[in-house]
Design a protein around this ligand. Structure first.
Ligand SMILES: Cc1ncc(COP(=O)(O)O)c(C=O)c1O
Length: 475
């Protein structure tokens, strides 16, 4: 039995019969007592249901002839749809649109020197044999048809092998998604509802902030220091509130490039166990170390099954593939798969190409080449950033990931710098995108991997020129 009073069931039943035409306009409704007997309810129940339908204009009683279904109410000839009030996402219109803004750069300014997008750019593509795998996949007839909701079985098998974690031992613990952004959307939709809160590093990946804001989810920020997310602050939060989950990018964090130390990883897992809070580990940058390998993923250290692991091919291959994956305990993956089913599945062509690329052992050499390229690009960009220290800019040497997170001298305005550079043909991202409160902040983020050497030099000299001019204006 539902929680609704019985009269609402009678009311709903009659209303649907009227709307569907089963009870046409003008048809007679049975007298109260007769209907009550037929439905096995009290007369009062029918009286209330009829009263409700009458107040809404569905039926009307006439002296001597009982109740009948009413004619359709008069409607104006034209009623415009109000699209804003059609959306059930109340927070969508008011949340920032950073992702669309960033993605529009390539179409609106195809020649701009792009330090804004976080990916390996054209040179990584041209040094990879992956396009051959796409061509080969396009010749396979099964590439053009659906595959399983949670992904091509062969790709899920390969992912289990590639991750090499004791905790993820079966392809049934993996769900392939349209990029890790979709993965985060699915995870968040399962774990949290509007008004709930989650915890995350601050600053953090702007796509996650935009997603949480659009879904009406409150964000409790935790600052980072050199060793990553501050566990003392996190503990204080968990002791006082019950967030739905902790979202973290613990390895070569976007945008700061910092990595959660091994000791803190253990503390984070212990806190998650103690307070019963799931961790969503976004590991997009793990394989992009320029020097030493980072500590193991949280997921591989997890003894409680609390960690949900999220990763993507966007940073290690190409973002246009739109292929990522979620891995975790099978029960949770089953829930994710039910939700993913609503958008059917991820594109088969890319999954077939990826599965054979991984099966043939091509990913490891591809990454080795990419890392060598990225190391050179990071060094080149840094050689042009170093002289700017004398102007008051601050940054940390890149250890991995794709970015320099740069603090400008306090008199310079990051947005102003960004707009002037954009006019001169250089784009980058402004630090406020990575913060919940878009208060005054001194940061910009430069990606060192999207452009090849020549364009990095050109772009950096334009940026240097604009920065010096803006700085001079204050001296
Ligand atoms: C930490 C992090 N997670 C997820 C993404 C989005 O990845 P995808 O292209 O797989 O949706 C990004 C992209 O910048 C990112 O930095």
């Amino acid at each position: 039995m539902g929680r609704n009073p019985i009269y609402t069931r009678v009311y709903n039943q009659l209303k649907y019969q009227i709307l569907s035409g089963e009870l046409p306009i003008g048809s007679h409704l049975p007298p109260e007592r007769k209907l009550a007997t037929r439905l096995g309810v009290s007369r009062n129940t029918v009286v209330r249901a009829y009263a409700e339908l009458e107040s809404e204009g569905f039926i009307a009683g006439r002296m001597g002839s009982g109740r009948r279904v009413e004619a359709l109410p008069p409607a104006p000839l034209l009623t415009r749809v109000n699209w804003n009030s059609q959306s059930s996402y109340n927070h969508l219109a008011s949340s920032p649109s950073h992702m669309a803004e960033l993605l529009s750069i390539t179409d609106a300014y195809p020649d701009t020197i792009n330090f804004a997008h976080g990916d390996g750019g054209k040179h990584t593509l041209s040094s990879s044999c992956f396009p051959d795998y796409v061509k080969a996949a396009a010749e396979k007839v099964q590439s053009y048809f659906f595959t399983a909701v949670h992904g091509l079985p062969l790709l899920r098998e390969q992912l289990v092998e590639w991750m090499g974690m004791e905790q993820i031992s079966s392809p049934e613990q993996v769900c392939v998604t349209s990029g890790s952004q979709e993965g985060l959307y699915l995870i968040t939709s399962i774990l949290a509802k509007p008004g709930d809160c989650i915890v995350t590093e601050m600053p953090t990946y702007f796509g996650s902030l935009q997603l949480f804001a659009s879904l009406g989810i409150q964000i409790i920020p935790v600052p980072l220091d050199q060793d990553g997310m501050r566990m003392d602050v996190l503990e204080g939060i968990l002791a006082r509130s019950h967030p739905r989950f902790i979202y973290t990018v613990p390895t070569f964090h976007n945008p700061t490039g910092r990595t959660l130390s091994f000791v803190r990883r253990k503390q984070l897992l212990a806190l998650s166990e103690r307070y019963g809070i799931p961790i969503v580990e976004d590991d997009a940058y793990r394989h992009l170390h320029l020097d030493a390998e980072p500590p193991s993923p949280l997921n591989s250290m997890d003894q409680s099954g609390h960690v949900i692991y999220l990763n993507t091919f966007s940073k290690i291959l190409f973002p246009g593939l739109r292929t990522g994956w979620i891995a975790g305990n099978q029960q949770f993956i089953q829930l994710i798969t039910r939700l993913k089913e609503l958008s059917i599945s991820t594109n088969t062509l890319g999954q077939i190409a990826l599965a054979s690329f991984l099966k043939n052992g091509e990913l490891a050499p591809h990454l080795a080449t990419a890392r060598n390229l990225y190391r050179e690009q990071a060094q080149l960009m840094e050689s042009q950033l170093a002289p700017l220290r004398s102007l008051g800019i601050q940054y940390e040497k890149a250890a991995g990931g794709l970015y320099f997170w740069i603090a400008l001298p306090e008199e310079l305005n990051p947005r102003e710098l960004m707009h002037t550079c954009m006019k001169s043909g250089v784009s980058f991202t402004c630090g406020d995108m990575f913060l919940v409160r878009e208060a005054e902040q001194p940061y910009i983020r430069l990606c060192y991997t999207h452009e090849g050497a020549e364009r990095i030099e050109q772009g950096m000299s334009i940026l240097t020129h604009v920065l010096r001019k803006q700085k001079e204006a204050f001296s």
